[in-house]
Ligand binder design. Structure first.
Ligand SMILES: Nc1ncnc2c1ncn2[C@@H]1O[C@H](COP(=O)(O)OP(=O)(O)O)[C@@H](O)[C@H]1O
Ligand SMILES: [Mg+2]
Length: 372
């Protein structure tokens, strides 16, 4: 009898971060503890098609990005009459593959924002990472900051503008920004990532063009006080209490105004990393405390990477954002920070799967009807 836990690795995704996911998934497949786990790789192509891939065939490709073989069997997630989860064939003559837990190794909108998590909930799946609400909040820069602020985390001042208001009266939006904030300001779409649509505005004449571009990506946009900032990140791993890693610092190269899309993905020398970040011990422990507070306040599960700004002038840490499905190649920041803090990548994967199963078992024990 097969006693290994069958782990569905979801990868690809109908998202702008499809390629990053292929890399993360290749790392996870390579480092999954095969003594305990059996991988069930499921690709999602850019059209949103789900296919069951053969792990041996994937391993043979030996590439840095996990391939999606277009001839693989098309499947959907389904539960049988006993509630057991499977990758169920679409074709009548196909074969189903049983699943015990899902690891969504995917990023970006529809993958990380609660939509996928909702689908997994409906399928009754145990899955790695945050549930619907925390995923959705983590993706929403305004609501995430409001909740983190309520929990006591310092937040850089910002305004939110809706596309409707902006179209109706662009001068009023600019006037509100000028009244509340000082240059430079950052303009960013509310629900994006990877610095897409983010602009540093150094003179008020540039604000209109920045807003026009940011509104191309979202109907809500943040206009935020620019901070002369060091950019510091912390990895949080769930537990009772959650664990915060050593922080790392990202230094965008001098050729970049900020940690832009170009610095992140296009320029091989776009940024350097200090791990651990060069901080005083007291700063490091305050940061770890703030990261755990954010993780808890937003009701995250499993793991999250929490990103801060350290104001060079005031020495204050500002909460910037939380990533509920952080980049997860073996050399991504989240795994690197955990490794530097004592949990190597393979053990981290194992722990995340265990946490998913524990949470699922706990929730399965809750009453779903009122017995009086
Ligand atoms: N208020 C700010 N002050 C200084 N730099 C900022 C500010 N907001 C954003 N940035 C810069 O823009 C980058 C991307 O912004 P961020 O809010 O992290 O969005 P994303 O989700 O796209 O990563 C940051 O890493 C930082 O370099
Ligand atoms: Mg960011």
């Amino acid at each position: 009898m097969n006693t290994k836990t069958r782990v569905a690795l979801l990868y690809g995704g109908k998202s702008g971060e499809h390629e990053v996911s292929l890399k993360s998934a290749a790392s996870v497949l390579r480092h999954l503890d095969r003594a305990r786990f059996e991988p069930v790789p499921i690709s999602i192509d850019k059209q949103g098609r789900w296919q069951l891939q053969d792990p041996r065939r994937l391993a043979e490709s030996n590439s840095e990005s996990l391939p999606i073989f277009a001839d693989a069997q098309e499947i959907r997630l389904a539960t049988d009459a006993q509630g057991a989860l499977a990758a169920a064939p679409i074709a009548a003559n196909g074969e189903a593959a049983a699943i015990d837990v899902v690891f969504p190794v995917i990023h970006g909108p529809l993958c990380e924002d609660g939509a996928m998590q909702g689908l997994l909930e409906l399928a009754g799946a145990a899955y790695v990472g945050s549930a619907v609400m925390a995923s959705a909040i983590g993706m929403h820069k305004d609501i995430a900051k409001r909740l983190a602020g309520l929990a006591g985390l310092p937040i850089a001042p910002y305004l939110v503008a809706s596309r409707r208001d902006y179209r109706r009266d662009p001068t009023a939006v600019a006037a509100a920004a000028k009244a509340a904030l000082a240059l430079p300001v950052f303009v960013k779409p509310c629900n994006m990532g990877s610095s897409v649509g983010v602009h540093k505005v150094k003179s008020w004449e540039e604000l209109g063009a920045a807003l026009d571009d940011a509104f191309a990506y979202d109907t809500k946009v943040l206009i935020e006080q620019g901070v002369d900032a060091r950019e510091i990140e912390v990895a949080v791993l769930d537990g009772d209490p959650p664990f915060a890693s050593l922080a790392s610092e990202l230094n965008a190269g001098p050729q970049h105004e900020f940690y832009s899309y170009e610095a992140k993905y296009l320029d091989a020398d776009g940024a350097t990393v200090d791990l651990p970040a060069k901080l005083e011990p007291a700063q490091m422990s305050r940061l770890q405390e703030l990261a755990i507070t954010a993780f808890t306040a937003l009701e995250c599960s499993g793991f999250a990477r929490v990103d801060f700004f350290l104001d060079r002038v005031s020495g204050e840490f500002y909460f910037n954002e939380i990533n509920t499905l952080p980049g997860f190649t073996a050399i991504s920041m989240y795994p690197k920070m955990m490794e530097a803090s004592g949990t190597p990548y393979p053990a981290l994967i194992t722990r995340l799967i265990e946490l998913a199963l524990e949470r699922h078992a706990e929730r399965a024990g809750l009453k779903t009807d009122y017995a009086g």
